[in-house]
Design a protein around this ligand. Structure first.
Ligand code: NAG
Ligand code: NAG
Ligand code: NAG
Ligand code: NAG
Ligand code: NAG
Ligand code: NAG
Length: 841
């Protein structure tokens, strides 16, 4: 009630102020244009909320006058009438035409220099029309008698795409609503660039440079445009974009709406072809984002069959199995002619030589995290069928699979491929057997090397021990000093449950130290091909020591002081832990600004890599999944009870479960782990770190963590392993989480429906249902009711036969859906470092 009063008063004040203002500048503010009411130079009409104005404006340093609409002020022009025909003096007027059907702009000679061009048969002859500016920024021309809108500026856009505007293309007639750039920032005449909706079978947004594509967004998958880098996908909390069909699918259109009326946003295609997105909150500009950042965003920058990767130097490379079409040009960094296939495909050999003896069959190589190429063909096949379909059709040169669009295939040249460092879609490119075999040989070496891994670890450890005693001694003292200072400086509130007091318990004497030079050599100077992950902590690299031992290196980014605590934490926590289900720290490196952790390398990436991939998940049958569940539970039990220290991991999730050559699960990433002293059971922190979806309610909401918060995460993980789906995915169009969905099925006695189709087999169903039951016990809302890891291990081993009835889990409904996802997208990669902080987002 009080709020309402305040609002009413505010309105009064606003009204009062605006009345004063009008008197001062001595011109009547109008809200409509009619045949008897025209707008002269220096007059405007406003939308009723005053946010938009229509009137004359003149770009700086020119005498050209244009009629336009602007948002808030004349630096945000959203629409221009007489783009090509400026008026040179101040004698122009905006009015309704003599025949009462059109909005027109007249010059001093009363010549029509711009008209809304409504044909007179559209309008009823005996009705006057009125032009009015709506609160959306839309200028409408309306018949007084019928109320019909006969023309609107939103259907004849300039360069600005506003909320509720539409970009559309009619598949049948080819008619397009296009947005066209200004010629220069000071000249609203039609420029070289335009924006439209293309590739209507799986629609994408295109920017054109005259008739050539200049940028594309990648196809719409029902939720996002898949070719946008992940920095843009979830960049905005204030609007939702949608693309849909009308008129039996013949018209495809896109629009966006604001989630909250305090916000406003405008996207424009500027005179350089850049898409610029500006946002306001309560009338104050709060951000500007330029969609295209670099050369890789230019359509087909690396030519046909080339791929653009900004982290490479040079940024263009030929796809695997391809070579530059013109080596000289390519070496001069002229990428235009692109790349051609080296070895002909088997299917082509068969076709041309009419024989099946053309050699071994073709296969696919994977290019991870790409902006997929243009000219995609889409079908509703699932991943497996998609691959087979592509393999069986010689014209098919690549395929990809996305949950939203399903099967994507390509024929001909692959154009406009960009490699992202996170997000994107995995692209499978057809290769001749000889090209695949090249890889095969290397894999074979890898197997030999990994067979010798145990020996190599021992050898490496021993050799690094013997090697350079003296330098190590001083480095070790440095580590110890850093330990002490880091525990003093950072987050003093964590001390009790955290590092301090335990530092002395942990002897780090026997943790090997690596020389910076060695690691640099092993990782090819931290070259981008060696990069295997990126997190808040820094980057992770794969490397190979001189003796052939493969290592994974986490390199703390120099720029962020943020990771230091996690780094030190990890050194302390993990250096003394040894268990077959925990990843092994081989050593660390501290030289100057450099801080690095060296791990054993896990060739099979992390669990999420398999579990949520429609093809790879098939590798994980129920036996393997149970083996992984048991492994994780034993690793956790070791952390909680069996090691000398008691450790809460705090960030258990599929991307932190690494898989070795035999798919043994190994818990990794101890950057957020906390060590408990002898009698403590529970800690409290104001700095809540972790990943949404896996955090227990008491931790996510109150910062309370204990063994039971890990049990909760384990329960979520277990249900994900059984269902093969992420906790945060949608179910049945209801905003249920995996936990909510499981609970619903449990109560309906339908819990079999949760089981991943890939493992649903009558022989195991009883066993799987028991595991789901255990999972539900782990995710119960009340921490005390959840079993300990010791109990969980006994339950899994069927030492405890009768399981208690679970009570309702926490987090039944999904919330902040995309935020939880966006945290993951960046971090899901092998041996990557994940520091997902909820704080300060
Ligand atoms: C209106 O129609 C005339 C003739 O058909 C054309 O020359 C002119 O460009 C059109 N104006 C606009 C603003 O569409
Ligand atoms: C149109 O407007 C003119 C001038 O205001 C007025 O004289 C006339 O009656 C109007 N016609 C109709 C059909 O309302
Ligand atoms: C538009 O393109 C043409 C031809 O490519 C070029 O000559 C012209 O300078 C461009 N105009 C602007 C404003 O960039
Ligand atoms: C809109 O957003 C502002 C700022 O985030 C918030 O204070 C306000 O409550 C929101 N309004 C609605 C209707 O959601
Ligand atoms: C067909 O076979 C001939 C001779 O065996 C070989 O030279 C030619 O390259 C083959 N054609 C293709 C397309 O592989
Ligand atoms: C093979 O693929 C091409 C292009 O994708 C398609 O036009 C053609 O119909 C396919 N052929 C068969 C037999 O499916």
């Amino acid at each position: 009630m009080l709020g309402l009063l305040v609002q009413v008063n505010m309105l009064h004040i606003l009204f009062f102020i605006s009345t004063l203002y009008m008197i001062k500048i001595g011109c009547a503010s109008m809200s409509t244009i009619t045949s008897s009411q025209l707008i002269k130079y220096s007059e405007t009409i406003s939308s009723s909320d005053d946010a938009f104005k229509l009137g004359f404006f003149s770009p700086v340093n020119t005498t050209n006058r244009y009629v336009g609409i602007w948002y808030l002020n004349q630096s945000n022009i959203i629409w221009v009438a007489n783009r090509e025909k400026p008026i040179q003096d101040s004698s122009g007027v905006i009015t309704i035409s003599d025949d009462n059907t059109n909005l027109v702009v007249l010059n001093r000679h009363k010549h029509v220099i711009w008209s809304s061009n409504v044909s007179s048969n559209l309008a009823s002859s005996n009705s006057n029309v009125t032009a009015q500016l709506q609160n959306t920024g839309n200028l409408i021309l309306q018949e007084d008698t019928t109320g019909n809108i006969i023309w609107e500026s939103f259907k004849h856009p300039s360069d600005a795409f506003l909320p509720n505007m539409i970009i559309s293309t009619n598949q049948r007639t080819g008619e397009k609503v296009k947005y066209t750039s200004w010629k220069t920032p000071l000249d609203p005449a039609i420029g070289n660039f335009s924006l439209s909706l293309e590739r209507l079978n799986s629609p994408e947004v295109f920017v054109w440079n005259q008739t050539k594509p200049y940028w594309r967004s990648g196809p719409w998958n029902g939720q996002v445009l898949v070719g946008l880098p992940s920095r843009l996908l979830y960049a905005s909390d204030i609007l939702t974009l949608s693309i849909g069909r009308k008129d039996n699918g013949s018209i495809v259109e896109t629009t966006y709406t604001l989630l909250n009326s305090s916000f406003f946003a405008i996207a424009t295609v500027n005179s350089e072809g850049k898409l610029v997105y500006t946002s306001w909150m309560n009338g104050h500009q709060v951000g500007t984002t330029v969609v295209q950042e670099n050369e890789c965003d230019i359509y087909g920058f690396c030519g046909p069959n080339g791929s653009c990767d900004l982290t490479n130097s040079p940024i263009c490379t030929c796809l695997k199995g391809f070579e530059p079409r013109n080596v000289d040009e390519w070496n001069r960094q002229n990428w235009i002619s692109g790349c051609a296939r080296k070895a002909s495909l088997q299917c082509e050999r068969v076709k041309y030589n009419g024989s099946e003896l053309g050699g071994k069959g073709d296969g696919f190589v994977k290019l991870e995290m790409t902006k997929i190429p243009d000219f995609v063909q889409q079908s509703y096949l699932f991943a497996d069928a998609c691959r087979t379909e592509c393999l069986n059709n010689c014209s098919c040169v690549a395929y990809a699979y996305d949950d939203g669009i399903r099967c994507l295939t390509w024929s001909g040249n692959l154009i406009d491929i960009v490699r992202f460092s996170s997000g994107g879609i995995d692209l499978y490119i057809r290769q001749a057997y000889s090209e695949l075999y090249r890889d095969g040989k290397r894999n074979f070496t890898k197997i030999i090397i990994s067979m010798g891994v145990v020996g190599a670890i021992i050898f490496a450890t021993a050799s690094y021990f013997l090697w350079s005693w003296a330098s190590k001694y001083s480095a070790r003292r440095k580590i110890e000093k850093m330990l002490v200072s880091s525990t003093r400086q950072i987050h003093p509130e964590n001390r009790n449950a955290s590092l301090i007091g335990n530092v002395k318990q942990v002897k780090i004497e026997d943790l090997p130290l690596f020389e910076f030079q060695k690691i640099s050599t092993a990782t090819n100077n931290f070259g981008s091909p060696n990069k295997i992950g990126q997190g808040g902590f820094g980057s992770a690299y794969k490397g190979e020591l001189q003796d052939g031992l493969e290592i994974a290196v986490k390199r703390l980014s120099k720029a962020s002081g943020q990771g230091l605590e996690e780094f030190m934490n990890e050194v302390i926590v993990i250096s003394k832990l040894q268990h077959r289900n925990l990843v092994r720290l081989l050593g660390c490196c501290i030289e100057g600004e450099e801080k690095m952790l060296v791990y054993e390398y896990m060739p099979n990436n992390s669990l999420d890599f398999y579990l949520f991939d429609p093809i790879k998940k098939k590798i994980l049958d129920w036996q393997k999944r149970l083996y992984i569940i048991e492994g994780i539970s034993r690793g956790l039990l070791y952390l909680h009870r069996d090691s000398r220290l008691r450790i809460i991991h705090r960030d258990l999730k599929p991307s932190n479960i690494l898989l070795d050559g035999e798919l043994n699960p190994k818990i990794s990433d101890f950057g957020m782990a906390r060590i408990f002293g002898g009698s403590e059971n529970e800690g409290n922190t104001r700095r809540i770190v972790g990943t949404y979806g896996y955090m227990s309610p008491e931790y996510a909401m109150e910062g309370l963590f204990s063994e039971k918060s890990d049990v909760f995460s384990f329960g979520v993980l277990l249900l994900e392993i059984i269902s093969g789906r992420k906790n945060t995915s949608f179910y049945n169009h209801q905003a249920l989480t995996l936990l909510g969905y499981t609970w619903k099925l449990w109560n309906e006695d339908e819990v079999v429906a949760l089981i991943d189709q890939e493992i649903c087999n009558a022989d195991y169903v009883g066993n799987i249902l028991r595991c789901i039951h255990i999972g539900l016990l782990c995710v119960q809302e009340i921490a005390k009711e959840r079993p300990t890891m010791a109990t969980v291990v006994s339950m899994l081993n069927s030492e405890i036969v009768k399981l208690p009835h679970p009570s309702q889990p926490a987090f039944l409904l999904s919330q902040t859906e995309h935020r939880a996802d966006s945290g993951q997208q960046n971090n899901d990669s092998n041996n990557s470092v994940t520091v997902t902080s909820l704080q300060g987002r």
